[in-house]
Design a protein around this ligand. Sequence first.
Ligand SMILES: Cc1ncc(COP(=O)(O)O)c(C=O)c1O
Length: 502
Amino acid sequence: MNVLLNIDENSRVPLFRQIRDQLIHLVDTGSLRPGARLPSTRHLAERLSVNRSTVYRAYQELWSLGYLESRPGSYSTVRRRPKVAAATRGPAPGHIDWTKRASPASEALHAAHRREEALLQKASAPGVINFVPLSPDSRLFPMDAFRRCMNHVLRREGPDLLQYGAPLGYRPLRQFIAERMRLHGVSVTVDEIMITTGAQNAIERLLRLLAAPGAPLVCESPTYARAMDIFRLAGVQIVGVPMTEAGMDLDVLEQVIQRHGPALVYTIPNFHNPTGITTDQAHRERLLTICERHRLPLVEDGFEEEMKYFGKTVLPVKSMDHHGVVIYLGTFSKILFPGLRIGWIAADRRCIDRLASIQRTLILSGNLLDQAALHRFCRTGHYDLHVNRMHRIYRRRMQTAIKALRAAFTDGPVHWTEPAGGYTIWLRLHDVAAAEDEIVQRLLEHGVMALPGSFHFHGAADGTYFRLSIAHLDEAAITEGIRRLAAGIEDLYRRPDERNLS
Ligand SMILES: Cc1ncc(COP(=O)(O)O)c(C=O)c1O
């Protein structure tokens, strides 16, 4: 049978692939039907003025892909193949009703994420100054240094890094983390550390270890929105304890523990997400004492531990943990870059041993190559240099933000937290009549966006809040963004009749 193929000798696509792909297209579109006979390799090569081995290679790939069949000494023919499902652009009418098949918890999560995605899409429109993302400015990361580390480990340890690793992670990196934690006053050994795929993965693993579906779990209210997503997906009962200006309300915590007997307490003592609050030494001691008294695991999320750039350092709760009740979570996401997906859990060895079994079951091993490159980056001094640079830059950025807020909202109904580090500022709008969606709309009209507070509450919020993250904005954008924010908010507080006039 004659087949019409076009060969482009100037194309960068190899000739054998041009032949292969065109034959596939002819079969897929029905121009070549099952049973159709293909020209011999010699014949086709002559017709196309290509080497016979080029045609042979194309045919060989088609055999192995199941497009052709051939018998010794005979022509190749098109093989009968089962009809392949076409990739569809939109939702096709399927036989499965996913809204009913998906678990109620994942369906609820899906609905919430759609609302969030719609908002994030608006926030990232061109021209909008976006205070939502909580990932550090990637322009600041020393890319070349990291690339050199990656190349170095590939050259030196290549074959070993291609294997499955130990479920606890790359041992030299765990060693580095243990040493780094000692700088923060926490005394842990390498065997008390498990590397995770970011702190997010760490939270999820801890839930698997400690909380059965339906079990109560205590966290601050408000708290990190995506931790609550994990809690909801795991089907645990979220019990929120209100935040005061000093941190979680510990009197309420005591009552809640008595009443609910929770599986664990989850807390973010530094630059709390979303409020930016850092608890003091006395608060940490009392929180620890409460958990010790109740023999209750205390999960300390130290996601921005390295981002203390103002004032006196307060040591992690884990640094005072003499009875092994604190499970500490760390991450490189907020100091290096979140795409790295490397975090860790530091806890009592018996807890880590159990987590290792869970980790081995669920992911077999983490990504050794990234862990080794990160270890090299840390050991060759780049990590320290970067931390110092981040402190210098973000100290200035945060000062710029606070200055702009003070200038914009003097003695008004808008209040905000002034954090000692990290990236987030929590804004409260008192006595505002507008609903959150309306405020979002007004801010967008002024070319600015911040994260609505309701994302951070389980149930109704106790007021109107917005979270400002300065993580990926430079000083000029922060100043202009806060100017726009103030204009949008001022607009909200103006009496409706005044608004109509303007
Ligand atoms: C409080 C808190 N914990 C954990 C995480 C998750 O961090 P990672 O990127 O390490 O998974 C975040 C991310 O924003 C966070 O805000």
